[in-house]
Ligand binder design. Structure first.
Ligand code: IPE
Ligand code: IPE
Ligand code: MG
Length: 252
């Protein structure tokens, strides 16, 4: 008997591989410490230079077709660093957010923060809340800054919220699908990243967006973050355009 094609209704998923826009680029900004140490400078000098680079990248992003950007500024594991470095970073975050608020607003950037804020200094939290409110609804670029962010911690918090919603009848068990998880993550409302870039030559993800980046493309560059330029970003995006994303399907 000849084999016949099984009579299964063809599901025709969206051609996701074609859908280039809106482009979400996530960046693990690594290498600030080494950049400073190479020059005999304190690590914080590297973080300051790194922060300057962020401004340039954010400014260039919309022109490169980027609509969403998520940047890793401080991980749940970074508390292991010296008190001096941690306090220096926290102070820098607060000053930078304050100083850049008006300019970001002018550029049409919507700023939001991902990560657990409860452990952050109240002054910093206040500054974060205020710039989020001020830039809400801006549409040129959504910039998510990950501060005290860890992907596992984010999933833990989402699991807790879901358990509460189930226990209190706000969601039925049958309704717990992948979207229900995504809706409880810090990144809710944002598309998954298309591309994750890590600078400084390390080829690991260090707890960054494990759920959201399940199907992202990755680019690892040896450039230390303070040396990362909009030109290098443009080159990486050009290479990304040439990649075929299959999402579990077959080559086209
Ligand atoms: C990334 O640079 C910034 C943060 C993690 C805050 P690093 O500080 O990790 O720099 P290296 O990896 O030590 O060079
Ligand atoms: C990842 O860099 C976190 C940030 C860029 C904020 P790390 O330097 O902390 O990562 P590991 O320790 O090399 O994995
Ligand atoms: Mg590092």
């Amino acid at each position: 008997m000849a084999l016949s094609t099984p009579d299964i209704a063809e599901t025709s998923p969206e051609p996701q591989g074609e859908a280039r826009a809106p482009l979400h680029v996530a960046i693990i900004m690594d290498g600030n410490g080494r950049w400073a140490t190479q020059r005999g400078w304190p690590r914080l000098a590297g973080h300051r230079k790194g922060a300057e680079q962020i401004k340039k990248i954010v400014q260039a992003a919309p022109g490169l077709g980027i609509r969403y950007m998520t940047i890793y500024a401080f991980s749940t594991e970074n508390w292991k660093r010296s008190t001096q470095e941690v306090l220096g970073l926290m102070k820098m975050f607060r000053l930078m957010i304050k100083r850049e608020a008006a300019e970001l607003s002018r550029q049409g950037v919507e700023l939001r923060f991902i990560g657990d804020r409860t452990r952050l200094d109240p002054l910093l939290r206040e500054t974060m809340d205020s710039i989020e409110a001020r830039t809400k609804g801006n549409t040129k670029l959504t910039l998510a800054v990950a501060i005290n962010y860890g992907g596992r911690d984010e999933l833990r918090r989402a699991a807790l919220e879901l358990a509460r919603d189930l226990a209190e009848g706000r969601i039925a068990e049958e309704a717990v699908d992948e979207a229900a998880i995504s809706a409880r993550l810090d990144t809710r409302g944002m598309p998954d990243p298309d591309l994750v870039i890590r600078s400084s030559g390390e080829t690991r993800t260090s707890n960054f967006l494990p759920w959201q980046a399940a199907y992202s493309e990755y680019e690892f560059t040896p450039t230390l973050w303070p040396d990362f330029t909009p030109e290098e970003l443009a080159d990486i995006l050009e290479r990304f355009e040439g990649r075929e994303r299959r999402f579990g399907g077959v080559a086209s």
